[in-house]
Design a protein around this ligand. Structure first.
Ligand code: KE4
Length: 432
């Protein structure tokens, strides 16, 4: 077992824990589900990150999705540098916001109008308020295992009976707010139908990750998304695609391009900021114009459309829009998937891999994994051993079984071969 030098990370983790809850500014970074000390990153370039102990890793966390071009891409860095020299924030409209909104709309034609914000959470929170304000209905349907950021209405789990009202999934979420969020089962359109039958005329919207990444990657089964589109249309509820992960990831136009489904509203984040804080939501003009200052639904933000973040986003999406990008990305992901498939099969360790384009999850179980309940059957202990085995060999994957791995355009064939070789060694260890 190769042991990593982590003295500096351990020192910083102790210091961080004195001044930041859990020593991190986002819980999944704390390595709680895999154990050990979170690595403090000093720098990153292309497909690699380097920690404060000087360990360099081939990176498949990709900052949880945004770094699709690779880290410190020269075009993105120079766009940020240029913008910074012209001031960092004005609190006034800029031409760049028109360019970014137009780039997004050209890739996502269903987003006839776009509002820029500063995170995926802010975008999802705002889109839910907009859906409620536009329809005059209070209830929202989400899916078990899907995550839409940490706004109160999204931190809700299924009520005692799945058909009853939601219950808070975190302290601090008021019960009488949670009751307006209903929970359905991903890939089970019947569970949504039953919620509509039970709550006629009261559901404002169904919000779904069209390609979930937050229970691990779980592809939509054929017909599932189409059924959601039919159901919401028939019930005059809005269909919201949360494409914070899948947007510009599974295709330039996201899952709605890949599967040919047009939602009423879309949530974006991650990639559209090129690694800087940008979220966005958008959809049909008549719905979006219900937003302040045109309409009565309030939403605002001091740093919305921030010039640096917008410059990074424009540079990133412009690069992604070049011909052949997604074929290149797909070829890299295919190559890695084929190599790892052979390694897992030969190892005898039960694994099930779900993949959509350049995002994937290997579940440590025999599968299939089609929803949250099946994902939760995974052996998280085996995953943790796999995680640390790879980490000690210079491969950085998500520190949680229930997240996604991401390919970037910066990963080379050599990186992928190194990853396959490391996985082969680790699985020999894990399978004893
Ligand atoms: P942010 O507020 O983290 O920018 O976006 C929230 C969000 C919304 N919708 C989806 C589908 C998401 O995946 C996310 C955030 N994703 C997590 C990881 N799966 C971010 C990582 C973290 O929480 O640190």
């Amino acid at each position: 077992m190769v042991r990593l030098k982590t003295k500096e990370s351990e020192k910083l983790f102790r210091a961080a824990s004195k001044v930041i809850p859990g020593g991190v500014n986002s819980p999944v970074r704390a390595f709680r589900s895999v154990g050990g000390t979170p690595l403090f990153i000093a720098k990153a370039k292309g497909a690699t990150v380097t920690d404060v102990d000087g360990n360099t890793f081939i990176d498949y966390v990709s900052s949880w999705g945004p770094m699709i071009l690779g880290h410190a891409h020269p075009k993105v860095v120079s766009a940020i540098r240029g913008a910074a020299g012209r001031g960092t924030s004005y609190g006034a409209p800029t031409e760049g916001e028109i360019r970014l909104a137009t780039l997004i709309r050209n890739a996502f034609p269903s987003m006839e109008k776009v509002r820029l914000v500063s995170s995926g959470t802010e975008a999802a929170m705002s889109v839910v308020r907009l859906a409620r304000g536009y329809t005059g209905r209070d209830m929202i349907v989400k899916f078990e295992g899907c995550y839409h950021g940490h706004a109160d209405s999204m931190l809700v789990k299924a009520g005692s009976g799945a058909l009853t009202f939601g219950q808070p999934d975190s302290p601090g979420v008021p019960k009488d707010l949670a009751r307006h969020t209903l929970t359905a089962t991903f890939n089970d359109a019947g569970s949504v139908r039953r919620l509509f039958q039970r709550n006629p005329g009261r559901i404002a919207a169904v919000i779904v990750e069209p390609v979930p990444g937050n229970m691990g990657v779980v592809p939509p089964e054929p017909g599932f998304l189409e059924e959601l589109r039919k159901l919401t249309r028939r019930e005059k509820a809005l269909l919201i695609f949360d494409e914070v992960i899948s947007g510009f990831r599974v295709a330039f136009g996201g899952a709605q391009e890949l599967f040919g489904i047009e939602p009423d509203l879309t949530v974006l984040g991650k990639i559209i900021g090129g690694g800087l804080p940008v979220g966005a939501f958008g959809g049909k003009r008549e719905v979006m114009d219900a937003l302040s200052p045109v309409g009565p639904v309030y939403q605002a933000g001091t740093l919305s459309g921030n010039p640096l973040a917008v410059a990074a986003g424009i540079a990133c999406l412009t690069e992604l829009g070049r011909r052949g990008t997604y074929r290149k990305l797909g070829d890299k992901a295919d190559y890695l998937a084929e190599g790892l498939h052979g390694v897992f099969r030969k190892s005898g360790v039960p694994t099930w891999t779900n993949r959509v384009g350049s995002m994937w999850t290997t579940f440590f179980q025999k599968g299939p994994v089609i929803d949250y309940a099946t994902a939760k059957r995974s052996d998280t202990g085996a995953y943790a051993r796999y995680f640390h085995g790879l980490l000690s060999r210079g491969i950085y994957i998500a520190p949680s079984q229930f997240e996604a791995g991401f390919m970037s355009l910066a990963h080379t064939r050599r990186d992928l071969d190194r990853t396959i070789a490391a996985a082969r060694e680790v699985l020999r260890e894990v399978s004893g």
